[in-house]
Ligand binder design. Structure first.
Ligand code: AMP
Length: 226
């Protein structure tokens, strides 16, 4: 890939962001950068930001914007020679504005998944509370049922993943994400995908990225031969 390519993926809990990001990374050679994974690495390494972030994550709250941008933006600066897909950041308008100042995005993918599907997926979700590792009994089960693969500790189901709590969480997600989505819509880089099934969404995302990446490559080639 001659021109660098920068993409963001957005979606509510259970929308399949992580799965789709992995497929994009594998199929198109982009680095998958996940804000959640990055926070978990910081928690495991007991960094100052990690200790602070943990208190919010445990309460299922968003980590404050200034903590997130201070963590994420230097990481993106290290990636100036790589194409990437950013998963989980930005989550708020302040984060999106900070990201816009740091780099130009080519594509924003927004996953718009029906509530019933999200409820069903989260019903099968188990987490390892100490690390934040997430399992799904349908498509990403632990090796031993009810047990974390790495630590061997028990997995739990989160109160917040219960259907009643999910509606409130989703409403919160939509309120916070709306100005971010509006910003990317106004920049003409937003692409929204709606379906109940990740495998049905994937071909559309794949063909979008094929077009975008190939178009960018040929225009970069044209520029270099002119
Ligand atoms: P995730 O793995 O993306 O679900 O993230 C796990 C948790 O990390 C979230 O529930 C938030 O508490 C926190 N988090 C991840 N990304 C962000 C972000 N961009 N802004 C604020 N908090 C975040």
């Amino acid at each position: 890939m001659s021109k660098l390519f920068r993409a963001v993926i957005m979606g509510p809990p259970g929308s399949g962001k992580g799965t789709i990001s992995e497929r994009i990374a594998q199929s198109f050679g982009l680095q998958h950068l996940s804000s959640g994974d990055f926070l978990r690495e910081n928690i495991a390494a007991n960094t100052e930001a990690g200790v602070l972030a943990k208190t919010y994550i445990e309460k299922r709250l968003l980590v404050p914007d200034h903590v997130m941008t201070r963590l994420l933006l230097p990481r993106l600066e290290e990636m100036t020679r790589h194409s990437w897909i950013l998963d989980g950041f930005p989550r708020t308008l302040a984060q999106a504005e900070a990201l816009s100042r740091a780099c130009e995005l080519d594509v924003v993918i927004s996953l718009n998944i029906p509530l019933e599907t999200l409820k069903e997926r989260l019903r099968h979700r188990w987490i390892h509370p100490a690390s934040g590792r997430v399992y799904n009994l349908c498509f990403n089960p632990p090796r031993v049922q009810g047990v974390d693969d790495i630590s061997g500790e028990p997995l739990i189901q989160h109160e917040d993943d219960r259907p009643e709590a999910l509606v409130a969480r989703l409403r919160h997600y939509k309120d916070v994400a709306k100005p971010v989505i509006d910003l990317y819509k106004a920049k003409n880089i937003l692409h929204t995908f709606s379906d109940t099934d990740t495998d049905r969404i994937w071909p559309h995302i794949s063909s979008l990225l094929n077009t975008k990446i190939r178009t960018d490559q040929s225009s970069a080639q044209r520029a270099s031969t002119n």
